[in-house]
Design a protein around this ligand. Structure first.
Ligand SMILES: Nc1ncnc2c1ncn2[C@@H]1O[C@H](COP(=O)(O)OP(=O)(O)OP(=O)(O)O)[C@@H](O)[C@H]1O
Ligand SMILES: [Mg+2]
Length: 276
């Protein structure tokens, strides 16, 4: 974290050019939506953000709905980010870690486990008229899983606390998976999540997959509640006959940010390289 303006603490994105374009980084406590079509580099952008966290000693909560976390590890390693040399704890594992982890991982198996626990809990609730069943991709399951991750990271003062007392990086790749079958709920779910988990000590990356045909509809709910938006895209491959990627900072609160697009390259061994 850097501190240019004494009132605003900046959180590094893990990419130097991007930090410079943001007056040092993302204002602490911001929610940043990462939007873009498939293959534009959203997930790799998240890896850089998490990696900056482990290097700088920020606890990381890493939610992935795309694949098993093992795949994230493999992909990150190709870019020189070896998360396995740090303490990782997968929430789907039964036992609690002996030492406080650097990264708490929540993949689909972790979400399934939390959903099962919540469903069992609901069965025990004698006053409820209807026993709710939770699915892995329910927004309430996600909220509970994130809370559990904060607990495991030891950033809550007690079991009732909701706000981490120290800074945490939260990554959700992707959030749109939680409303894939009900896109009209995007705005409400984004809002529910923000109300439940947004805290001044949590700086979040939230990935939203743009469907090429519907464009804004998938990202819509998220972009409105976000404090910042990084949008990634590629030129029409049929006309350019090559993959040409770009990224632009569409908004970032409290920041006089760069307003022109970066050229985005994904380089073996290095990851994302941004240039003018
Ligand atoms: N080792 C590597 N070297 C160079 N480029 C790579 C390497 N590994 C992956 N890539 C590039 O990164 C792309 C994937 O980027 P990423 O997973 O971040 O996309 P995404 O925006 O998250 O896509 P989706 O919406 O499908 O999840 C690949 O399609 C490939 O072009
Ligand atoms: Mg991805």
């Amino acid at each position: 974290m850097s501190r240019q303006n004494p009132d605003i603490v900046r959180v590094s994105t893990g990419i130097r050019e991007l930090d410079s374009a943001l007056e040092g980084g993302i204002p602490k406590g911001s929610w940043v939506a990462i939007t873009g079509e498939p293959g534009t580099g959203k997930s790799i952008l998240c890896m850089h953000y998490a990696w900056a966290g482990v290097l700088g000693g920020d606890p990381v909560v890493y939610v992935t709905t795309e694949a098993e976390f093992r795949d994230v590890l493999k992909q990150a390693k190709m870019f020189g980010m070896d998360f396995e040399s740090y303490r990782l704890h997968d929430i789907s594992r039964g036992e609690l870690p002996v030492e406080t982890p650097d990264v708490v991982v929540i993949d689909l198996f972790g979400l399934l486990k939390i959903a099962r626990q919540m469903t069992e809990q609901a069965q025990l609730d004698t006053e409820a008229l209807k026993k709710k069943r939770y699915a892995a991709l329910d927004i309430q399951t996600l909220i509970a899983a994130i809370h559990e991750a904060y607990r495991i990271l030891g950033v809550l003062r007690d079991d009732k606390a909701k706000s981490p007392y120290r800074h945490v990086r939260l990554i959700i790749d992707s959030l749109s998976a939680f409303w894939a079958d009900k896109p009209a709920m995007a705005r409400k779910y984004s809002y529910d999540l923000k109300i439940a988990t947004h805290r001044e000590n949590v700086t979040a990356y939230l990935v939203s997959q743009y469907a090429m045909t519907t464009r804004s509809t998938f990202g819509f709910g998220l972009e409105h509640i976000a404090d910042g938006v990084f949008h990634l895209w590629m030129e029409d491959v049929e006309s350019t006959r090559e993959v040409k990627r770009y990224m632009i900072i569409k908004k970032m609160r409290m920041t006089n940010h760069k307003r022109t697009a970066f050229k985005l390259e994904i380089s073996p061994g290095k990851g994302i390289i941004l240039s003018d």
